[in-house]
Write a protein that binds this ligand. Structure first.
Ligand SMILES: Nc1ncnc2c1ncn2[C@@H]1O[C@H](COP(=O)(O)OP(=O)(O)O)[C@@H](O)[C@H]1O
Ligand SMILES: [Mg+2]
Length: 263
């Protein structure tokens, strides 16, 4: 049954969207059936996969707050037949407010995903840069979270704060929520600060930190404006290499924990 991984960090610009899009694409290229849920009103992952703004298109907002269904909004990514997307649009910002008065407001996304998750190997949720009701919905529906952390000053503080939120979500909404891993992003090996941050985060969070580190790579920054995952934009880039490696690491971890559960 599809494992649901929320890509979360309350800070913007840390590499959530880049990670969600490119890990989902890497798994789709490996012929794993993958769903990416764009859960950020900025709709960056929708655009990054080539879906231009279209007022006629029904999006995740219409399914959360309106009459649209999963089937009515899901799209397949051209060039990546194993990757499907639930697109977002700016109107998703309204859901934060509209859901407040709804029944089971924390579980609206879960209700949408539970009936379809078995069609997928993985479902990724690209979260907005806040800890509001949208992110709470993502955390309530996820099996695990992937936390991208930019290799910069105060990285540890951000993770510590997020871990506290995870603790609260476990207590109140989703006791099974796991940490899939902490991902160090935008690493520049020319700066001693970046090296220091990597060392510190590894020291504090140990095995919870992915071995793969995502380098700062211009091609990763360019690919979204062409509406393409990095593998379709520049497969030979350092960024493509790093996200392929991360996808493999994610699969390896899952096999390990599956093996442990089975034995
Ligand atoms: N490893 C990287 N190297 C270079 N640019 C990156 C990298 N990761 C992300 N970016 C760029 O940095 C900006 C923020 O990344 P993004 O993934 O959108 O972060 P978030 O979703 O957390 O706000 C975007 O313009 C993105 O293209
Ligand atoms: Mg984003």
């Amino acid at each position: 049954m599809g494992r649901i991984i929320a890509v979360v960090n309350q800070k913007g610009g840390v590499g959530k969207t880049t990670t969600a899009v490119n890990v989902a694409a890497a798994l789709a290229i490996a012929e794993k059936s993958t769903l990416l849920v764009d859960f950020d009103p900025q709709a960056n992952s929708t655009r990054a996969l080539g879906f231009e703004k279209d007022p006629e298109r029904e999006t995740v907002y219409d399914a959360l707050c309106g009459d649209a269904t999963y089937q009515g909004i899901v799209k397949t990514v051209e060039e990546l037949p194993h990757l499907k997307v639930l697109p977002a649009d700016n109107d998703l910002i309204g859901a934060e407010v509209e859901m407040v008065d709804m029944e089971s407001r924390e579980y609206r996304l879960k209700a949408m995903l539970d009936p379809v998750r078995e069609q997928f190997d993985h479902v990724f949720i690209d979260c907005p840069p806040s800890l509001g009701l949208l992110t709470v919905n993502a955390l309530a529906s996820a099996d695990a979270i992937l936390i991208p952390v930019q290799c910069e000053y105060l990285a540890l503080e951000g993770i510590t704060q997020l871990m506290e939120t995870v603790r609260q979500v476990r207590e109140a909404l989703n006791p099974e929520l796991e940490i899939a891993g902490i991902l160090l992003t935008m690493y520049d090996d020319r700066t001693s600060l970046a090296r220091q941050v990597v060392a510190e985060v590894r020291e504090v969070f140990g095995e919870q930190v992915y071995e793969t580190v995502i380098p700062r790579n211009v091609r990763l920054g360019e690919a979204p404006s062409h509406g393409k995952a990095i593998f379709l934009y520049d497969i030979r880039s350092k960024g493509a290499e790093a996200y392929l490696k991360l996808a493999k690491e994610i699969l390896d971890h899952e096999e390990e924990s599956f093996g442990q559960r089975a034995s």
